[in-house]
Design a protein. Structure first.
Length: 139
């Protein structure tokens, strides 16, 4: 069974309606993670995950450029970037789940019926799913 990573930036399930708000990406498309600090501090508080593009094939792009990748940005507690990266690696390599979906970051706190629920993260060091960016299809 294939495994997929799931990400959602939207707090209200009823408003989750486009590719910038949620994504389910095959685990085998994961290419790496880079922790950085977005606030000028010394410890990383952001991790950018890189994936093979969903809309483009590998190879040369426009003007001889290499195809860019899709990214997901995770906001993390400063000093927890390595722990979060380890948790993602463990999730990618762990036993399959019943439905094949591994939730990495789901910011949803309001269900479709208006009831509240807790956000879900693969590690407690994740504070939110910052952004989901799919590279535009090249023509």
């Amino acid at each position: 069974m294939r495994k997929y990573f799931y990400f959602r930036t939207e707090a209200a399930v009823g408003d989750d309606d486009d590719k910038a708000r949620s994504a389910m990406i095959p685990v085998e498309r994961f290419r790496g993670a880079i922790p950085t600090n977005s606030s000028g501090g010394t410890a990383a508080n952001v991790i950018t995950l890189f994936f093979e593009s969903a809309a483009n094939m590998a190879g040369a792009g426009q003007n001889g450029e290499i195809i860019i990748q899709d990214t997901v940005v995770l906001n993390v507690t400063a000093g927890k970037a390595k722990d979060v990266c380890v948790a993602i690696a463990e999730a990618a390599n762990g036993h399959p789940h019943s439905d094949g979906v591994v939730v990495i970051a789901d910011d949803a706190t309001t269900d479709y019926d208006g009831s509240t629920k807790s956000a879900v993260y693969v590690h407690s060091g994740i504070t939110s799913c910052g952004a989901i960016t799919q590279a535009a299809a090249l023509s």
